[in-house]
Design a protein around this ligand. Structure first.
Ligand SMILES: [Zn+2]
Length: 296
């Protein structure tokens, strides 16, 4: 699926959303980006106990840039991967440029209650439980006092090249946020919201919400000892029908990738940006600024 967006007059493939998706034309886009200055969030100095903002107010608040990483490997060659050196350079330039990581609780209080964020806020997110997100990303974040959000697909916990329970627990203990990414990375618009033939039982079932989210959230809560309030859609693909399901199960924010937010449900269509391996640190910073300055 293509998500073709227009930023600063230059068309580029902002990111991808599933395994059949297109390659990001990052090298082309990078040279065409013009920096947009709106990167620091205006906030109101209100306490998070006041009335909750309506959807229009939330949509109007400046977006916090959110980066999404998958693999971090020396031989990165896909849009789902960055090189180790590239990742290190990206963390360094973010730090040297004065950026501060924020976590989902802070983002929620900002969006809903207008609570103030640190200067130059951004969020680091990691999808799919890859082991190098612990062994490579965490030490780099530690250098700069950054904290990240780890969206875990629970089926892969403890498998080769994926994080194990102890690593996930350590992340939570050290102030990173562990969050849900379903059990086995099934699309919300197919398996979680529509009747389908169950792969194991071969019976028709209505949906997988309780299996993939409630049961697996409990597994993550048992590992971390902390409540899980946040969710990322597998492949970034969200579904309008899924939003009431997430709300009724107590999720406060849901993160997609790069499609437009739903103006009625901005808390459940929070946008993120995949960083492809071709981008220079400077190019990444330019795209990050411009991509999140749009109001959509
Ligand atoms: Zn994923």
């Amino acid at each position: 699926m293509k998500n073709i967006l227009f930023i600063a007059g230059a068309a580029f493939l902002f990111s991808c959303t599933n395994s059949n998706s297109t390659k990001t034309d990052a090298a082309n886009s990078e040279s065409k980006q013009t920096a947009s200055a709106k990167n620091s969030a205006k906030t109101e100095d209100t306490k998070p106990t006041g009335p909750a903002a309506d959807a229009a107010t939330i949509m109007a608040r400046p977006q916090v840039p959110i980066l999404c990483y998958h693999h971090i490997r020396p031989d990165a060659k896909s849009e789902y991967a960055v090189t180790v050196d590239g990742f290190k350079a990206q963390m360094k330039i973010l730090h040297d440029s004065g950026y501060h990581t924020v976590l989902p609780d802070q983002l929620y209080d900002y969006l809903v209650y207008g609570k103030q964020l640190p200067s130059k806020p951004f969020m680091l997110t990691y999808d799919d439980t890859d082991e190098e997100q612990f062994s490579v990303a965490k030490p780099e974040m530690d250098k700069y006092g950054f904290k990240g959000v780890y969206f875990i697909m629970t089926i892969s916990i403890g498998r080769p090249r994926y994080m194990n329970k102890e690593q996930i627990k350590q992340l939570a203990d050290e102030g990173h946020v562990v969050a849900s990414h379903t059990w086995r990375h099934d699309r919300v618009d197919r398996y979680l919201t529509t009747p389908h033939l169950d792969r194991d039982s071969k019976k028709m079932i209505a949906n997988d919400w309780d299996l993939q989210l409630v049961d697996k959230r409990k597994q993550l809560e048992d590992i971390t000892g902390k409540p899980i309030h946040y969710f990322a859609y597998p492949f970034g693909i969200w579904s309008k029908a899924g939003i009431p399901e997430l709300k009724s199960r107590g999720f406060k924010l849901a993160f997609q990738l790069s499609t437009k937010r739903d103006p009625e449900e901005p808390l459940y269509t929070v946008r993120r940006m995949i960083v492809p391996f071709q981008w220079s640190p400077e190019g990444m910073l330019r795209v990050m600024k411009s991509a999140f300055s749009r109001s959509e």
